[in-house]
Ligand binder design. Structure first.
Ligand SMILES: [Zn+2]
Length: 296
């Protein structure tokens, strides 16, 4: 019995870090190889979610994409058939830095009929801000936040982000060229960057809150994201993480502490808090130039 308890404690202390996984831009994101369909990309992600036995994974939708390309609508059906929930990412993914609060609110409302259709009995009142832009002025930020509360929305915050989407376009180009060596490099840099930003966001959390938080990872429904998801989850598990739902993650009190600043360009919650408190970021970098040049 003592051994059993000790083993239990060891398990608990070996995996103290927690993270919710979320996907943006359903039904489609970014460039893809012509050999794979949008539904196949979603199915691949959903199969990994099932195999890994993840808690519910929210997919945030832009219904304008379904209207523009009706062939993508089965992505939403597949997501729901797999038992995964959908949330609101606005109708057409506008940049709140460039439009009024009223125009942004209309974008949220215009997206709702599609959510009602696919989530008749479940809670779709979760907003993920496009680009994580939450308002370039404090006045605009506050106006949208008040509107969200009045309309029973919660913000699906982000506290872990390595700009996963950057790899999708170079991957599509490399597949078209049949450049397997370049694809192997994309594989390595994707995982290395995810690992690097795991450290960066944990460092930010310790600077701001003195501890690890219940993290919320931002992902996108891209072709390379689907391909890399099993290895990405393995990396997080190796670093001591287990996976939780968005609702569970949002119980962390850090998400109730609104940064309450206008900030052009936006960011994850720790990035806004760092800006508010005028703290200096630890060194960090992403391979923007390398990715942009890959398979040209
Ligand atoms: Zn998005």
């Amino acid at each position: 019995m003592k051994f059993f308890l000790a083993a239990l404690l060891l398990t608990a202390t070996a995996h103290p870090q927690q993270m919710a996984i979320t996907f943006d831009d359903l039904p489609n994101h970014g460039e893809k190889p012509p050999s794979v369909t949008r539904v196949e990309i979603a199915q691949s992600i959903l199969e990994t979610i099932k195999l890994e036995q993840l808690p519910p994974v929210y997919g945030f939708i832009n219904a304008a994409k379904v209207q523009a390309d009706p062939i993508t609508e089965p992505v939403l059906k597949a997501w729901r058939d797999a038992g995964q929930p959908l949330g609101n990412h606005t109708w057409s993914h506008p940049n709140l830095d460039d439009i009024t609060a009223e125009a942004f609110e209309a974008e949220i409302l215009k997206n709702e009929p599609m959510l009602k259709r696919y989530m008749p009995d479940q809670d779709w009142h979760w907003l993920r801000y496009p680009f994580l832009h939450e308002g370039d002025t404090l006045e605009k930020r506050r106006a949208v936040r008040v509107w969200l509360v009045e309309h029973h929305y919660q913000t699906a915050e982000v506290s872990m982000d390595f700009e996963d989407y950057l790899w999708n376009a170079p991957y599509a180009r490399c597949v078209a060229k049949g450049d397997t060596a370049a694809i192997a490099k994309l594989h390595d840099s994707y995982l290395a960057t995810a690992d690097h930003y795991l450290t960066v966001f944990r460092t930010l959390s310790k600077m701001l809150y003195g501890r690890d938080v219940k993290y919320i990872l931002l992902m996108h429904v891209g072709a390379f994201d689907a391909k890399m998801l099993p290895e990405l989850l393995a990396l997080y598990r190796k670093q001591g993480f287990s996976f939780i739902s968005l609702q569970d993650a949002m119980t962390d009190p850090i998400y109730a502490d609104d940064p309450d600043i206008g900030m052009r360009g936006g960011g994850a919650i720790q990035e806004l808090m760092m800006e508010k408190r005028k703290l200096k970021f630890p060194p960090n970098s992403k391979p923007y130039k390398e990715l942009e040049a890959t398979c040209r």
